[in-house]
Ligand binder design. Structure first.
Ligand SMILES: Nc1ncnc2c1ncn2[C@@H]1O[C@H](COP(=O)(O)OP(=O)(O)O)[C@@H](O)[C@H]1O
Ligand SMILES: [Mg+2]
Length: 326
């Protein structure tokens, strides 16, 4: 099935970016439909930020082509910048200014008149739950408040497309949840969101479509459900009392779930991919009926590492696994 390109917020084909001998982005195709949350999922160093920066005109495109709402990114950079809200661009906020002062300043820099700038700042602070903190200097803001202010600043011009580069990395769980709500609200109000993340659960919670990126290449794409069925929705981890039961137990598990368990004989353990978490109960019943004794049981959601291993045959560690410079 193809989507007509005028229905696409982002249409990119064969994107390439090289830094010296590194092909940071190595032929990536991306189609983001209007009104969706599109998640680019991958480990540190996969090429997520570089891809986003090329689409946002912040880095030149070395190969391939990209359109935003039908406008060519290379030929029409001024139009692209008007269509886009990009977070992270406002990192150099003045710590001594208050939240209100910062937003007004950004609005003025975008050419918005003083009165409208004031109104827009108040509206955004309200929308992001920052009204109470409006008159506090940024220096006193928590990490979560800073992210929300950053996002607010990127929305001053009401862009139809928003790029969020790892919007929740480093946030505590509660603040992450608030950011997820904020992102859902944006889409409910008609925005399209392209976000990058290192977290499978974040992509799962938010994204309509996920592209998995590894070493500059797209290795999989689909809905969260489509991706998860490739690795199983969850994993049943079993430790047996006796390693001698392992083969017999594996046969029973195979018959019950139609999945092939991954065995660790030295630990008398096995991991069973489950497409339906209810199958875990069936497995336990079948094992008890066969008198296989178990010392521990757990059911876990797949991690990004497991998705990666299933899709690429290697783990998410890269030989270039340092933090990117701030
Ligand atoms: N300005 C740069 N100069 C040289 N190499 C870079 C630069 N930016 C990124 N890279 C390299 O490109 C690869 C992809 O980086 P990046 O897009 O930041 O990945 P991600 O955002 O997925 O963590 C990494 O190997 C990184 O070291
Ligand atoms: Mg990055």
């Amino acid at each position: 099935m193809t989507t007509a390109s005028h229905e696409l917020a982002v249409h990119a084909t064969g994107l390439v970016k090289t830094f010296g001998s590194t092909r940071a982005v190595d032929g990536v195709d991306l189609d983001v439909r209007r009104g969706e949350i599109f998640g680019v999922l991958g480990p540190n160093g996969a090429g997520k930020t570089t891809t986003m920066k090329m689409l946002a005109t912040l880095l030149s495109i070395d190969g391939g082509a990209a359109e935003i709402f039908g406008h060519d990114v290379r030929r029409e950079p001024h139009i692209i910048r008007q269509l886009l809200g990009v977070t992270g661009q406002y990192a150099s906020v003045d710590e001594n200014l208050t939240a209100t002062e910062n937003l007004r300043l950004f609005a003025r820099l975008q050419g918005i008149r003083s009165r409208q700038a004031r109104a827009r700042a108040a509206e955004l602070l309200e929308q992001f739950g920052l009204t109470e903190a409006a008159d506090r200097p940024i220096a006193q803001f928590s990490g979560g408040m800073r992210r929300r202010l950053d996002l607010a600043a990127s929305l001053i011009t009401r862009p139809p497309l928003i790029f969020l580069d790892e919007p929740t990395t480093g946030l505590d769980p509660r603040t992450r949840g608030q950011m997820w709500e904020t992102i859902r609200d944006l889409v409910a109000n008609g925005c399209t969101v392209l976000l990058t993340t290192q977290y499978l659960d974040e992509a799962d919670q938010l994204a309509d479509t996920i592209a998995v990126i590894d070493r500059g290449r797209k290795v999989a794409e689909g809905t969260p459900d489509q991706l998860k069925t490739q690795v199983g929705d969850s994993t049943l981890q079993l430790a047996l009392t006796s390693g001698e039961d392992l083969d017999r137990a594996a046969r029973i598990v195979g018959e019950t779930t139609r999945q092939t368990p991954v065995l660790s004989p030295e630990l008398a353990r096995m991991n069973v991919p489950l497409s339906d978490a209810d199958d875990a109960a069936e497995v336990l019943i079948a094992l008890r009926q066969a008198d296989v004794s178990i010392t521990s049981v757990s059911v876990q959601k797949p991690t990004l590492d497991e998705v990666f291993l299933a899709l690429t045959g290697h783990d998410t560690a890269t030989d270039d696994d340092h933090e990117e410079a701030a």
